[in-house]
Write a protein that binds this ligand. Sequence first.
Ligand code: GUN
Length: 292
Amino acid sequence: MILLDGKKVSTELKNTIAKDVSKMIADGKPVPHLTAVLVGKDGASETYVNHKEKDCHEVGFRSTVLRFPDTIDQERLLDEIRRINADSDVSGLIVQLPLPKHISEQKVIETISPDKDVDGFHPLNAGKMLLGLPSFVSATPAGILELLKYYGVETSGKNCAVLGRSNIVGRPMANLLSQKSYPGDCTVTICHSRTKNLKDVCLQADILIAALGSPEFVGADMIKHGAVVVDVGITRVPAATKSGFRLLGDVKFDEVAAKASYITPVPGGVGPMTRVALMKNTLAAAQKIYSR
Ligand code: GUN
């Protein structure tokens, strides 16, 4: 079994991005600048945004975090997004999800300029991705493809099961793996809460992507011998630790690792790859804006 070490790979990719930033500065170009908008006080979202800020500093980007109370009204938030869209100093903009219930996530996403939408959530980017056209691709699926590529995992003609149909992970992941490319050329099945014979579908999978958010849902009895297993799940469960929780993936790591050919750990697998994919998108956004 080979560990798909997202921490190691993301460190290498961050070094490459840092070199590109140094070159941009040497060429007299502005440094990429990511602005993250955070509404409310969700613990996981706070952590994610703090990580993104740290990553920006590591690769040499400017980083701004705009925090708003969860009482902010939708129009005020949309005005803020329009202001950032118009700010030529900002190359990438993300609004951390989830948002409070009184705010339409879709309206927020559609207000972000597609040129700055480094999350790849805007329908224009999602649509282009679906058609195989150049676009910002949602960071988690983009990071997973980078990881499979780094390890030279064979994908052509493989059966792939994607567990979960979210707009952020499952749907784009399934589409990308079905595209005529590498990594890709897979025969993909998207599974979800209504899927019948889920276990049978999983047992047919040469590549299994678990993105359900159900801690330890996938056991060894669902895995084909030699399968490639990618665990996107990262759920906080209460535990007697300093933070009061521990992180669990969607996969029962020890028993599944014994059957898998490749597997991602949690943490240290998909998470760091997602983060570096966002940095890559932000670099690409800046390069496009500043080459005009
Ligand atoms: N919430 C969970 N994942 C993400 C992500 O990739 N981007 C944003 N903006 N919010 C998220």
